[in-house]
Design a protein around this ligand. Structure first.
Ligand SMILES: Cc1cc2nc3c(=O)[nH]c(=O)nc-3n(C[C@H](O)[C@H](O)[C@H](O)COP(=O)(O)OP(=O)(O)OC[C@H]3O[C@@H](n4cnc5c(N)ncnc54)[C@H](O)[C@@H]3O)c2cc1C
Length: 345
């Protein structure tokens, strides 16, 4: 729904997309994988060759190709420009030979393709020696190893490259200009980053559960402390929604999300994490049996307690990472300090 008509999308305005997202989430629909649809897809549309557009875009839309994002490395997360995974052109100039390692690669174990930032030059500024490659996950020499996260689930991976051959046609744009395309992609990654629709749905769910769960012989929803805590975060969520709508007005007028996206990211993830805590508190004892449903390997025991308790503590644990992925909240604060408040040094 976020794609232009010429590439098979709806051509909707940012506000139309926002409305769709609200309805989609409140209907409890499954989350779509962002790596193809909202990350590499727009990069291919903007900077790809005709052959790249014809090859990859239809397969992203049909979900024939699942993608993953190979940016982070051990030692290159917030400071992404220090990445070391190396790509060298062979003598014929037809194939890149890639060596190195990526980490925290979400969904690499399902992915057909990975879009990668690789180092093609160590001369000059670090940002000017990076190239953007599209790599087939079935390439010889590419190995995926799982990282099991604190909730017991397997979403994350390490990806190793040993003499992986990548045809030069799989390069996006020019060699050593990958940073430009990567920044364009990060702008898209931030769309919808506030997670307003998801958090609103969570508030509704908490209210439903608090009407069932008991505290001191009465429904939890009648407990003053509980109501105050929930009301406070609901007010903050409402303020976030209006901030989000204001940035969208600017987007409708053709301006990018800009540094204001950092405000949405920080507040959005703080609210998400607070709601997860309230949710788990509301469940009482049923929050204790964890790892029912998400464990690795998956458990086969029946779940304990009501269905609405399943996976909530795991969600609390997993979403501790929300203030890290997509650019940590400290980095977002640095952006606000520089770009909005004009602070330097
Ligand atoms: C669940 C999850 C999924 C992820 N999925 C992907 C993925 O699919 N693809 C991918 O490429 N990456 C992915 N990442 C990686 C993510 O982008 C990085 O974890 C993130 O950018 C932070 O980098 P780092 O982990 O190396 O931490 P570091 O950069 O080492 O940071 C460590 C701490 O220091 C702070 N810090 C660092 N620099 C500064 C500074 N200049 N000023 C103030 N504080 C600073 C950070 O905020 C953080 O608290 C994922 C991460 C997680 C947790």
């Amino acid at each position: 729904m976020n794609w232009p008509v010429e590439h098979g999308g709806t051509g909707w305005t940012p506000v139309q997309k926002y409305i769709f997202d609200q309805e989609y989430q409140s209907a409890g629909c499954p989350r779509l994988s962002p790596f193809g649809l909202t990350m590499v897809g727009p990069v291919i549309m903007e900077f790809g060759t005709v052959a790249q557009k014809d090859t990859y875009l239809p397969k992203i839309l049909s979900a024939e190709h699942m993608w993953c994002q190979g940016y982070s490395e051990p030692g290159a997360g917030s400071d992404l420009a220090s990445l070391k995974t190396k790509a060298e052109l062979d003598e014929a100039g037809a194939t890149y030979i890639v060596n190195g390692q990526k980490i925290w690669t979400s969904h690499a174990h399902y992915a057909d393709m990975i879009f990668c930032l690789v180092r093609t030059s160590t001369e000059g500024k670090r940002q000017e020696g990076i190239t953007f490659l599209l790599i087939d996950m079935k390439s010889a020499g590419l190995e995926v190893r799982p990282i099991v996260s604190i909730d017991g689930g397997h979403y994350l991976n390490e990806v190793f490259f040993r003499d992986v051959e990548v045809p030069v046609e799989n390069r996006i744009g020019e060699e050593n200009k990958g940073w430009t395309y990567a920044k364009f992609l990060l702008g898209h990654e931030r769309t919808g980053i506030a997670g307003v629709a998801k958090s609103k749905r969570k508030v509704e769910k908490i209210k439903e559960i608090a009407a069932i769960e008991q505290s001191g012989g009465a429904p939890l929803i009648e407990d003053g402390d509980f109501r105050t805590r929930l009301a406070k975060v609901e007010i903050e969520l409402s303020a976030l929604e209006y901030t989000n709508l204001r940035t969208m007005t600017a987007e409708n007028a053709g301006q990018g999300p800009g540094p204001e996206a950092s405000i949405l990211k920080i507040r959005g993830t703080q609210i998400e994490q607070e709601l997860n805590e309230i949710f788990v508190n509301a469940l009482g004892h049923y929050a204790i049996p964890v790892s029912t449903g998400r464990g690795w390997p998956p458990p086969n025991e029946p779940t304990i307690g009501p269905d609405y308790a399943v996976g909530r503590t795991e969600e609390l644990f997993l979403r501790r990472a929300a203030s890290i992925y997509g650019g940590s909240n400290e980095i977002q604060k640095n952006i606000i300090a520089k770009a909005i408040l004009g602070l330097t040094g």
